[in-house]
Design a protein around this ligand. Structure first.
Ligand SMILES: Nc1ncnc2c1ncn2[C@@H]1O[C@H](COP(=O)(O)OP(=O)(O)O)[C@@H](O)[C@H]1O
Ligand SMILES: [Mg+2]
Length: 365
């Protein structure tokens, strides 16, 4: 039997990638000129996949650093330099690194066959960062502009509270680099990029990435389920009804439903069965998450899982009693920041459809 046509959890490209035509056109235009891009969306909506796809199509040299895995300002500098070593011949970069004010130690890692960069701990981190960031510009050329992607950029605040200002003060002088910032925490990213007083104000085009539109996702799922089951249209509809077009959860659910058709006798209600399995699989994680919440958070999530009422409405407050509206409001803000809920034009919703089900199932058990 053929390979499962769905993929979740990592960067996706064709044939696992759908839609995003408008967004890709804009990103392509920005990165083929001398512009910068800031893309925001909740986690797992497809930011990294989209940027990866466009950059590979453009065939520009690029570096991508995920700030989630960076531990300090010096570490960020080291990660940037390490990636530049992948792009250019060793001897070429050495000419520049030789002139650094703080010389890093460069070792060849025999396992990865790549260079490892490290700096002696010192109080000169600003110089280290300055040389590393300026190296991107030095190695770039107008004909082959380097695209520098900083993924999960909201983490910059955790690494060092002043680092965003420092980066801006260096990057603003660069003429040959396209900078791309991806962020999953809208409030922090907007603080850095969208406020008049913020360090990166007007530094680039802000692109909020939404879910994948229903018709596109419907077509994507249908064309794949058509090959394995006659009731494909119904399967697609039930999957999208549960996941509400969330890119990651849709692909995840579709993947496991599709796996059921490897069996010559799939169950009658494959979608429901799969959802139950997924909830059971994540039971321990969900329990652990649940226990990190305070009472107000719990009441809000229970209300949101059990009804369609807006958590800020009077009716909601009457039934689920989360407390004063200011308390509810700050709890919603925190829950959104921690990724439990999403705020969209149509209001608030729980991010993970399986966690949502888990809450009501546990309550009704
Ligand atoms: N354009 C797309 N078409 C189909 N599925 C997608 C698309 N973009 C993302 N996904 C799904 O979402 C998952 C997470 O994507 P990713 O790019 O890692 O998101 P982010 O960087 O926003 O966290 C992917 O593994 C895939 O299952
Ligand atoms: Mg990502």
């Amino acid at each position: 039997m053929q390979e499962n046509p769905f993929k979740f959890g990592r960067i996706v490209n064709d044939p696992f990638f759908t839609n995003r035509k408008k967004e890709m056109k804009l990103v392509r235009a920005l990165l083929s000129s001398s512009n910068n891009l800031i893309m925001i969306s909740p986690r797992r909506y497809g930011k990294t996949s989209l940027i990866d796809k466009v950059i590979k199509e453009l065939k520009h040299p690029y570096i991508m650093v995920d700030l989630q895995l960076v531990t300090s300002s010096d570490d960020l500098a080291a990660q940037i330099i390490k990636r530049l070593f992948r792009l250019f011949p060793f001897e070429h970069i050495k000419q520049y690194v030789k002139n650094f004010r703080i010389i890093p130690s460069i070792t060849l890692n025999p396992i990865s066959n790549e260079v490892d960069i490290s700096f002696q701990p010192s109080s000169l981190s600003t110089l280290v960062m300055e040389d590393a960031i300026n190296l991107i510009e030095q190695l770039s050329s107008p004909k082959k502009r380097i695209i520098a992607v900083f993924d999960e950029f909201q983490e910059i605040k955790r690494i060092n509270s002043n680092l965003d200002r420092q980066l801006r003060s260096l990057m603003q002088h660069h003429k040959k680099v396209n900078y791309v910032f991806l962020g999953s925490q809208e409030s922090i990213i907007r603080d850095i990029f969208a406020k008049k007083k913020s360090p990166f104000y007007h530094f680039g085009q802000l692109l909020p990435l939404g879910k994948i539109p229903y018709t596109d996702f419907h077509e994507f799922l249908n064309s794949r389920f058509k090959q394995v089951c006659p009731a494909y249209d119904q399967i697609t509809a039930s999957i999208l009804e549960i996941t509400q077009c969330h890119p990651y959860y849709t692909q995840q659910l579709a993947f496991f439903v599709w796996e059921r058709y490897r069996n010559p006798k799939p169950p009658e209600d494959p979608v429901e069965k799969t959802v139950s399995d997924l909830i059971r699989l994540h039971d321990m994680d969900y329990e652990r998450l649940w226990n990190t919440l305070n009472k107000t958070d719990m009441k809000i999530l229970i209300g949101m899982a059990s009804s369609d009422l807006s958590p800020l409405s009077e009716a909601f407050s009457k039934v689920y009693q989360p407390g004063a509206s200011s308390t509810t409001f700050s709890a919603l803000k925190r829950l959104a920041q921690d990724g439990f809920i999403l705020k969209s034009n149509s209001g608030y919703e729980i991010d993970d459809p399986f966690f949502k089900r888990w809450i009501t199932q546990r309550r009704n058990r």
